[in-house]
Design a protein around this ligand. Structure first.
Ligand code: WTA
Length: 674
């Protein structure tokens, strides 16, 4: 019933119909330009959205047939799973993702540029054609095979963006190995934790990385990590700089091996539901979890959203500045653009290097058509003023995109007016590691439909959002807020958490049986648009990087003089959110400042630098309920200075703790501002 109502609402929420003929012509034109004839049913956005909501299996089956190259066709488009809300897609079908991303384009246009590697050093971009990328991928694949990597084996990739890191991902896909890319800013301990959890047999890395003019010792971090990883047999080391690094017994110079390897590698024919990759992400409790995506459904969803959210047209240069260590890099630097035969930019640098004009200088030089970035970078840049933007020609830009965290109105307006000169489409895209691709975004839509600033607005084809109240009931109507769930499976959704399917079920499908629970809250406006209001759990988002506060607490718990901590997210002007830690020290601790510095070092070395709390406040005790649960809600009120509105504190073990913490916070604030 609820699903039917939700579907009906999606249909009602569609903007008023267009004159059909006009939409039809436009839609057909778009399809043929995308090189995927007949892949979408005629009728334009409204018709597609209707069909996707009414007959998801039929809708996705048509798309999968038209959009992907199959070795053998699937017999069942969608098989509902257990628990309800999960599903498996395109059963019986076989294909290879690297063939879809490379070979099919090489056959038609081998010299089309696949990647433009915008290296850290300005104006040293490297262009890689589809033919060259296929060559790199096959050589890399053959090298992996030579060292015993087989179908189903797990391979960690600890590299910043580069053609070789993209080739590493595709090489795994080619031979049926499963990649686990670990963001190259994570510490040795984080890397080791992920390698152990997934049982990786090999790591691919660089001798060093280069970012913002600084050298990053990647190989050294890998060395430290693999000491504690018995599953690792080989470390493949590519050269990003000329500096020599120590090579041990299991280290293999990657490029040297690739030169010797054959440039042809027969692709492994994979089942639609075989694992393509896992990517670790944070939850509200426990260690980061390895989110698993499979072959066909993920690829199809990444490619379609890339095409329709950004209005990608053949020949466009697509500039997503995310790192491949995050899902945005997987879906919109690598798989989506390459499946569509696009030219994808790999941005190795930072928005401030060598100066705050870097993004726009790159847009001008590479003639970027779609530019996709995180709000944190936009907030940072707007502080430097418009001159840095206006210095460069941005007339190539057509679509701007924002991802990973809420974009505030000021940043949205600046991005739209100053960067996009008020003439580009700006899409605020909401999605998650688990969703595989964009789920809510202002486009696609009816042509020229309105875009409300700083709002994700419209569900993508086949996405049926619902809002839930505290009792687990679907909230009907508009102008309402609730927990954001998705009522109907779609091909891009994650299939499991690696090694812990029960956790997958518990985290995503237990709170609202039959629905995928996102962990976010949302508001449905009077017009029926969606606005994301933020996480409803203990996950925070620092500069667009997702992190569980429990992970920071666990790291700090290693300090022998700190028996208890509680970490919360607080609003940060540039980063979106920052971490604020409340810590209890053992009584005899005299050197409080030293302990605080040690805590910061511990967090950096156990997780990553970005996870280090901006503030550490020592308190005598934490606010706890009678059953011993820390009431983080109260700590949030203290830090956001809403102490006059503490809500219900009757369940506190000792309510006098509130005043104690408020006083400590007040003193801390006075000290920091003096
Ligand atoms: C948040 C990143 C507001 C959200 C692609 C989600 C957003 C988490 C938006 C997923 C947006 C992502 N507006 N919040 N447009 N996009 N988020 O897995 O809280 O790194 O649950 O995926 O980021 O982060 P993840």
């Amino acid at each position: 019933m609820a699903l039917a109502a939700a579907r009906a609402r999606v249909l009602r929420a569609l903007s008023p119909p267009h004159p059909l003929g006009q939409v039809l012509v436009a839609a057909r034109r778009r399809c043929s330009e995308a090189g995927a004839p007949g892949a979408l049913p005629p009728g334009g956005y409204r018709a597609w959205q209707e069909q996707a909501a009414r007959d998801p299996a039929g809708f996705w089956a048509d798309l999968a047939r038209g959009w992907l190259r199959w070795d053998s066709p699937f017999h069942t488009a969608c098989q509902p799973g257990r628990p309800a809300g999960t599903a498996r897609w395109f059963l019986g079908g076989r294909l290879n993702v690297s063939v879809n991303c490379l070979d099919q384009h090489v056959e038609k246009s081998p010299n089309r540029v696949a990647l433009i590697w915008e290296r850290d050093e300005p104006d040293t971009a490297v262009h890689v054609t589809y033919r060259e990328l296929l060559d790199l991928t096959c050589r890399l694949a053959n090298t992996l095979k030579k060292y015993g990597i087989q179908k189903g084996d797990k391979v960690a990739i600890y590299m910043p963006v580069s053609p070789l890191s993209v080739a590493s991902m595709l090489a795994c896909a080619r031979i049926g190995a499963v990649h686990s890319v670990v963001f190259a800013g994570f510490s040795a301990e984080s890397l080791a934790g992920r390698i152990v959890d997934s049982g990786c047999k090999a790591v691919i890395t660089y001798n060093q990385g280069v970012r913002g003019g600084r050298i990053i010792e990647l190989k050294r971090t890998v060395d430290e990590a693999v000491k504690n990883c018995p599953s690792i047999k080989h470390v493949f080391v590519a050269q990003r700089t000329d500096n020599k690094v120590q090579m041990g017994d299991c280290d293999i110079p990657l490029e040297e091996e690739m030169t010797k390897a054959a440039s042809v590698c027969t692709p492994e024919s994979m089942d639609s539901e075989d694992m393509l990759f896992m990517l670790y992400t944070s939850g509200s409790t426990g260690k980061p979890k390895g989110i698993v995506h499979t072959q066909a459904g993920y690829l199809l969803y990444a490619a379609l959203t890339h095409k329709y959210v950004f209005d990608y047209q053949q020949g466009d240069v697509f500039g997503c500045v995310a790192d491949i260590g995050w899902i945005t890099g997987h879906s919109y630097v690598v798989y989506g653009p390459l499946c569509n035969g696009a030219t994808s930019v790999l941005f190795e640098s930072t928005p401030l290097y060598p100066d705050p004009g870097r993004y726009w200088e790159v847009v001008q030089r590479l003639k970027i058509n779609q530019f996709y970035a995180a709000p944190t970078a936009i907030r940072l840049l707007l502080n430097y003023g418009e001159e840095w933007v206006k210095k460069y020609d941005r007339s190539s830009l057509k679509t701007l995109g924002s991802v990973g965290e809420p974009i505030n109105k000021e940043a949205w307006q600046w991005f739209y007016q100053v960067v996009g000169e008020g003439r580009c489409t700006l899409v605020d895209t909401w999605w998650q590691t688990e969703t595989g691709g964009i789920c809510i975004a202002p486009r696609p839509s009816e042509e020229k439909a309105e875009i409300v600033p700083a709002m994700a607005m419209r569900p993508f084809f086949g996405i049926v959002p619902v809002l839930m109240d505290e009792n687990g009931k679907v909230i009907e109507g508009n102008d309402v807020s609730g927990a954001l769930c998705i009522a109907q499976p779609w091909p891009g959704m994650a299939r499991t958490i690696y090694g812990d399917h029960q956790r997958f079920v518990d985290v995503y499908f237990r709170a609202y049986p039959g629905y995928y629970f996102t962990g976010d809250g949302a508001y449905r406006t009077k017009q029926g648009y969606y606005q994301i209001t933020g996480r409803t759990d203990d996950v925070i988002n620092i500069s667009g990087h997702r992190l569980g506060t429990a992970e920071i607490e666990d790291a700090m718990a290693d300090h022998p003089e700190v028996p208890e901590t509680a970490v919360i997210g607080y609003p940060h002007k540039i980063k979106g959110e920052g971490a604020f830690a409340f810590v209890v020290l053992k009584e005899q601790v005299a050197h409080v400042d030293r302990v605080k510095e040690e805590l910061k070092t511990i967090v950096a070395s156990k997780i990553a630098k970005y996870a280090v709390p901006d503030h550490i406040l020592v308190v005598k005790r934490l606010p706890k309920t009678r059953s011993g649960k820390i009431m983080r809600r109260l700590l949030r009120k203290v830090v956001t200075e809403q102490s006059n509105n503490m809500g219900d504190v009757t369940t506190l073990d000792d309510p006098s703790v509130v005043k104690e913490i408020l006083d400590a916070y007040q003193k801390y604030k006075e000290k920091s501002s003096s």
